[in-house]
Every structure is written in structure tokens, then in C-alpha cells.
Design a protein around this ligand. Structure first.
Ligand code: G6P
Length: 611
């Protein structure tokens, strides 16, 4: 959460800061600001409540020419979203400016001590405490980099920060602990940002900072040290992202673009990973680890949000095809409940961003306890990808819409590849392996077929714009899909929605059903079809408004439900990939028809780097 950018070099920094912030806006969008040193060598900032476009409007007409600057887009943690709480924060003299992503946990203790020293505070933020702590240290030490370093040694919590001072106009100081920070290397200019999306228009060469590292960035040098003052030699890495991959490409919203990209993102997740004749998958990132994984006594899948839903699908798959017990844990719960782990366990971390703080913390705890760690991550070079023992990239391409869509389907398909790899070393026969591969290969085309139903789904959506509640029901592999369908709807349309295993309906949710309650059933023609039909009858008898996602050859269901969306069939383990697509489109159209910004839903952020 919160996006950070910075520039130092020969050009005017303002266009880069604004452009970079727009690329990072998915990280937070309640307020924004820039800090800079102007042509009179004075530090200053411009901050607004609202989006980067509001900041841009506030800057326009100021004709700023600055060679060093920092920018921030905020997702509020301490203090309401307003202009005062927006970043950058500064010292009293307004000579020292700082932007921050993360939370300073011991801020109130530090604040008390600063108040005693005569410091005053304008905002309610933890960040203003940090900037004043650096100010105090700087006044004693007289060196910006060292002052930041000493201050950070007093701080508990998480941070990605960028700091500048008007007396040090050729220095940008950055540091990282728990929140991402990447440095972009240019010619006669250097950049900093929370993620590479903000940088790729300017450079493809980057240095990723690790936790407890900080850097002094000038226009032609980057010096990295730990906050305990050890020198570090960092590798410059090449980023292979293109601008078109992070543009809307003619769509109204990134979310719709990303839904429509799924045939391609699934192909990319599969590319080069299928050994058809042997009925097995090939996952290069697990080389050297696969024997240990296949011998695991237990597999634990840890994730948050949509990635956790993908993990639930993984549980069904791995237990069915590998005969290894699987548990799926919210990372936030797992890390705090003293998990019992041994070197015989494998823990899989699923994350689109690779930066979710709770997942990262769970990963660190797992490593401490000696279990093997696997990352299933989309963002290349992200913290979880770097810190796990081994892993598989999703290759879904950048996902910008806050509501996750193509990352989910790629997570499920990669879990299927992993299941195949482990399963074929355990209980899955070559014939079953070949069959799974055949079905995997057919998925992108089947998704294309489903996407052709977009207009039909848009029409269905018109009938539900005024709904206050929704229920999503499914059994087996489709229970996680029900959860994901409900999450998509509440995230972007603000309609209360719940996902349930269909049979559990009778243990509570059925009390809610009347003629105002829309119920979405996942009802493919599979072994539990008849049971789902009974549940549909139960809802119908109570007047609920019924939508069913059903198999293309199912005509029986039309007589039972108000709206049916017919989709191709596949193996049960792969059904979630197909079934979720109509649910993504349904939520999208309901939210758009309500006039909401689906890419930037209120209160949410794409990358949750606070607890
Ligand atoms: C946020 C996003 C969700 C995502 C979740 C986990 O809540 O809005 O879309 O599923 O974080 O994120 P991760 O990047 O770890 O998959």
C-alpha cells in the first residue's frame, strides 16, 4: 500500500513523478503529493486529498523545474485521508522531506520523546514522527545518509522511505524494511519506486533493496549499505516488462482488460511446462527440490484474499491427485498462531504481488522453523519470489486492477501443474496425467468461448444493480469459486455478498432467502450435480432470484433458474478456472452499472504491505 517514486538527475523531475505515481496508483489513492527542491534551492511540497489527477491539477501552472523530487500516493493507515496527512512530511523548517510506505509501530514512544525536545506535529501520522526523528539526528550528526541510518535503528515497524533535504540537493536517501523499494539506474539520472511499473518508461535496469538495506542515490551513483553500516555490493537486474503490458489498451478499465486477457495469460502460464507424452509437467524453478516436495508429510498453503481462494482449490487438487494432506491457512492467522512445522513439511506461498506483508511474515517464520518454502508468485523479482527456497512464476503479466482476475486463474493453473508434477511421483497414473494435460491445453480456448458471453452477462447484470445482498453457492472444487465470486462482487460493487458450500446453506443462510435475495449457483454437470439441483429447488421454493453457471449441454436447469450462463465442461479439478470467469464479468458489469470505479474501489489497495 502507498506508492513511492523519486528522481535525481539532469531532467525536470515533475513529469516523471506524476507519471510514476499514475503507474503506482493501484497501491493507494486517497491522497497524493510531491516534494522537490526548486530552482531557488528551496525544498517545497504540493499535496492534495484525492487522486494523482487532482495532484496533477494542483501542480499545473506552477512551472516547476526541479532536478530532485519525491512523490507519494497514499493508502491511509494513521490519520484520515486529508491534505495534512498526505505525504511528503517535513520538518518544521520544511527543509527535510520524507515519503513513507509502511507503519512505524513504536511511533508514539518516539513522538513523546520528540515532544519533550520541543518538536511539534501537524499531522496524525507515524511518518511525521520519523521525519522529525531524522531531523533531530541530522542536527547532531550533520550527514543526511548517516542521520537516516541512525534514526532507522531506533524504529520498529515497516518502511519503504525516500528522504531529501534542501542542504543536500544532490542526494536521495532510501531505505527498506518490509515494504518494497526498487532503484532504477539511468544515465546521468537515477530513480526510486515501490515497484518497477513506475520505472519502466525510463529504464529497464534496476536494483532491488532487501530488508534492512538503505541506499544513497545521486544522479550517477548508488551506494548500498545495511542499516547497521555494512557495505553491500548489489547486482543490477534487467526488467523485461513493456509499457503496453501496463496500459489499458483501449479498455475502459484494467479489470476488464485483465479478464479478457485470460486466454493469453493462461497460455503463458502453461508455456513450455507440459511434457505431453509422459503426462507430467516441467517446472524449472523447482529443480533440485521436487524429490523433497513429493516426500512431504504435509503441505500447507498460505496466502491472503483471492490467492487464498486459489489455495483452497489447490488443497482439493493435491489431496485428490497426490495423496498428501493439505492445509490452507490465511497468512495473517498462520504467522501468529505458533504453527507446528517440521522439515518434512512444504509450505506454498501464493501471491500475485509477492509483497503482501502477512504472507512475507509467514514465510520468514516458516523458514525459521525449517520447512521447505515454495513461492507461486506473479510479480517477477518481488520479495516472496526472492525469499522462498524455490518457486514457480505465474507469468500472468502485470495485474493492475485492484480486484484480482487473471492472477487467480493463473494461480489455479499453476497449482494444477504442481499437482501433476507431485502426483505423477506418487499416485497419479500416466493415463490420468495425459488426460489432465489434454484438458489443461484446451482451457484457453474454452475461456475464449466463455468471454463471448460478455454481452449476455452484462444484460443479466442490469437486473441486479439494486441488490443489497448476494449469495454464492458451490460444492467441492466450486466452493472456493463461490467464495471468490462473492469477494469480487463486494470488492468492486460494495454489495454485501457471501460464498458458502451449497450444502451449508441449510445451516444458516437459508434464513436470509426471500424474493430480494439473488443466489448464484455453480452447477456444472458433475458428480454432485443432482445435489446442487436439490439446493436450487430449496432456494426456488423460498422465492430467491436464481442465477446458475451450468454446463453447455444442460437444458434441465433452464426450467429451474431465472438466468443460466452455459459454459464448456472440463475435469472437475480445472472447473474453477472456467466457472470463475462469468462471476468476474457479472461483478464487473454490476459495478460499472452502479457508476463505480472498478479499478480503484474505495478503501482497498492492490498490494497490502501493512498488517
Ligand atoms: C489485496 C488485493 C487482492 C489480493 C490480496 C492478496 O487484498 O486487493 O486482490 O488477492 O491482496 O494479495 P497477493 O498479492 O498476496 O496475492
Amino acid at each position: 500500500m502507498c506508492g513511492i517514486v523519486g528522481y535525481i538527475g539532469a531532467q525536470n523531475c515533475i513529469p516523471m513523478l506524476i507519471n510514476g505515481l499514475k503507474r503506482l496508483e493501484y497501491r493507494g489513492y486517497d491522497s497524493a503529493g510531491v516534494g522537490f527542491i526548486n530552482s531557488n534551492n528551496e525544498a517545497n511540497n504540493i499535496k492534495v486529498k484525492g487522486k494523482v489527477a487532482d495532484l496533477e491539477a494542483a501542480i499545473n501552472g506552477n512551472e516547476l523545474e526541479c532536478r530532485i523530487g519525491i512523490g507519494h500516493t497514499r493508502w491511509a493507515t494513521h490519520g484520515i485521508p486529508n491534505q495534512i496527512n498526505a505525504h511528503p512530511h517535513s520538518n518544521k523548517e520544511n527543509t527535510l522531506l520524507l515519503i513513507h510506505n509502511g507503519i512505524i509501530e513504536n511511533y508514539s514512544v518516539i513522538k513523546q520523546s520528540l515532544l519533550k525536545d520541543g518538536y511539534e506535529f501537524k499531522s496524525e501520522t507515524d511518518t511525521e514522527v520519523l521525519v522529525n526523528l531524522i531531523d533531530k539526528t541530522l542536527k547532531k550528526k550533520g550527514d543526511l545518509f548517516q542521520a537516516v541510518r541512525f534514526a532507522l535503528n531506533e524504529v520498529e515497524g515497516t518502511y519503504g522511505i525516500a528522504v531529501m533535504h534542501q542542504d543536500y540537493p544532490d542526494q536521495l536517501v532510501v531505505a527498506k524494511n518490509g515494504s518494497p523499494l526498487v532503484i532504477g539506474i539511468g544515465e546521468n539520472e537515477n530513480f526510486v519506486a515501490s515497484d518497477v511499473n513506475a520505472l519502466i518508461a525510463y529504464t529497464s535496469k534496476v536494483i532491488y533493496l532487501e530488508d534492512h538495506e538503505m541506499a544513497l542515490v545521486t544522479k550517477d551513483r548508488v551506494k548500498v549499505k545495511t542499516i547497521s553500516d555494512e557495505k553491500i555490493k548489489k547486482e543490477i537486474q534487467e526488467v523485461k516488462l513493456t509499457l503496453s503490458e501496463i496500459s489499458k489498451g483501449g479498455y475502459d478499465y484494467f479489470m476488464l482488460k485483465e479478464i479478457m486477457e485470460q486466454p493469453e495469460s493462461l497460455r503463458n502460464s502453461l508455456r513450455g511446462r507440459l511434457l505431453e507424452k509422459e503426462g507430467i509437467s516441467k517446472l524449472g524453478g523447482l529443480t533440485g527440490y521436487i524429490d523433497r516436495i513429493a516426500l512431504s508429510k504435509r503441505i500447507i498453503i498460505t496466502a491472503c484474499g483471492t490467492s487464498w481462494h486459489a489455495g483452497l482449490v489447490g488443497e482439493y487438487m493435491i489431496e485428490q491427485y497426490c495423496n498428501i494432506p493439505v492445509e490452507v491457512e490465511y497468512a495473517s492467522e498462520f504467522r501468529y498462531r505458533n504453527p507446528i512445522l517440521s522439515p518434512d513439511d512444504t509450505v506454498i506461498f501464493i501471491s500475485q504481488s509477492g509483497e503482501t506483508l502477512d504472507s512475507l511474515a509467514a514465510l520468514k517464520e516458516t523458514k525459521r522453523r525449517g520447512a521447505l518454502t515454495i513461492g507461486l508468485v506473479n510479480a517477477v523479482g518481488s520479495s516472496i519470489a526472492r525469499e522462498t527456497d524455490c518457486g514457480v512464476y505465474l507469468h500472468a503479466g502485470p495485474e493492475i486492477g485492484v480486484a484480482s482476475t487473471k492472477a487467480f486463474t493463473s494461480q489455479v493453473i499453476v497449482l494444477a501443474l504442481l499437482t501433476l508434477l507431485i502426483g505423477r511421483r506418487r499416485i497419479t497414473s500416466p493415463q490420468d496425467g495425459v488426460q489432465i494435460i489434454k484438458e489443461l491445453k484446451s482451457l484457453p480456448e474454452k475461456v475464449e468461448e466463455i468471454l463471448k458471453l460478455n454481452n449476455q452477462i452484462e444484460k443479466i447484470a442490469e437486473n441486479f444493480v439494486d441488490a443489497d445482498n448476494f449469495l454464492y453457492l458451490g460444492r467441492g472444487y466450486n466452493f472456493p469459486v463461490a467464495l471468490e465470486g462473492a469477494l469480487k462482487l463486494k470488492e468492486i460493487s460494495y454489495i454485501h455478498a457471501e460464498g458458502y458450500p451449497a450444502a451449508e446453506m441449510k445451516h444458516g443462510p437459508i434464513a436470509l432467502i426471500d424474493e430480494n435475495m439473488p443466489v448464484v449457483f455453480l452447477a456444472p454437470s458433475d458428480s454432485v450435480y443432482d445435489k446442487v439441483i436439490s439446493n436450487i429447488e430449496e432456494v426456488k421454493a423460498r422465492g430467491g432470484r436464481l442465477i446458475a453457471i451450468a454446463s453447455e449441454n444442460d437444458h434441465k436447469i433452464d426450467g429451474l433458474v431465472d438466468y443460466s450462463i452455459k459454459i464448456p465442461n472440463t475435469l472437475r479439478m480445472l472447473m474453477p478456472i472456467l466457472n470463475v470467469i462469468p462471476l468476474q464479468l457479472l461483478s464487473y458489469h454490476i459495478a460499472v452499472k452502479k457508476g463505480l470505479n472498478v479499478d480503484q474501489p474505495r478503501n482497498l489497495a492492490k498490494s497490502v504491505t501493512v498488517e
